[in-house]
Write a protein of this length. Structure first.
Length: 215
């Protein structure tokens, strides 16, 4: 069992979202239990983590630098009205964020790095990751977890945009491929992007930071 899974949430807490600034939101992560908060006070490490009480260690920035760079590029394309690229890149970003949360849940449940790598290498299809891997780890469907956390429409809208993206990329006479992605889809993708950070922070705090595997 990993160290992370020893911490059990003892007090009710409410996840603090980072303020919206027009760029990737800035969160901090407890290095001991993996809890993530957008509360600026959480950054200094002097305020104890509400889950495990730790004050030690440097609190890491979430999302990672790689995601933040991709986010910045997406916002540039969006400002230029390039909605096709926006949809394609947002889908890529969401898949990276999903991979991250799946890896974090496996880690919290005690999976070793070689095992996590093997699972991610062999389960590459997004549909399998959402439809099989997530429920196997979380004990409930992704749609169910998203709804409970206040994002009921998110899985459906994500799937719709994936289908639009696929039809655009894999132009084929057999699937009613679109000539272009509609501008409204670029806006949809930007909304999903903003929501995705909040949803994934909530998923993290529920399935990673609360000692879920001891339930
Ligand atoms: Zn903690």
């Amino acid at each position: 069992m990993s160290k992370k899974s020893r911490f059990k949430q003892t007090r009710p807490h409410r996840t603090v979202f980072a303020p919206e600034t027009g760029e990737a939101p800035l969160y901090w992560e407890c290095p001991v239990c993996g809890y993530i908060s957008g509360d600026p006070q959480f950054m200094d490490g002097e305020h104890p983590c509400p889950i495990c009480g730790a004050t030690d260690g440097e609190r890491r920035v979430y999302p990672t630098e790689r995601i933040r760079r991709l986010d910045a590029r997406i916002r540039r394309y969006n400002a230029e009205g390039d909605h096709e690229i926006v949809v394609i890149l947002v889908m890529a970003l969401l898949e990276a964020v999903l991979e991250d949360i799946l890896d974090r849940i496996m880690d919290a449940q005690g999976a070793t790095l070689p095992l996590r790598r093997m699972v991610m290498d062999t389960q590459r299809a997004i549909g399998t990751r959402i439809g099989k891997l997530f429920p196997a780890l979380a004990g409930e469907e992704f749609e169910e977890a998203a709804a409970e956390l206040g994002y009921r429409d998110f899985p459906y809208r994500w799937r719709q945009l994936r289908e639009a993206r696929n039809a655009f990329i894999h132009d084929s006479p057999f699937n009613d491929a679109r000539e272009t992605l509609q501008p409204a889809m670029g806006n949809d993708a930007m909304e999903l992007l903003d929501q995705s950070y909040k949803l994934f922070v909530l998923l993290n705090n529920r399935f990673v930071a609360d000692g879920f595997s001891e339930d």
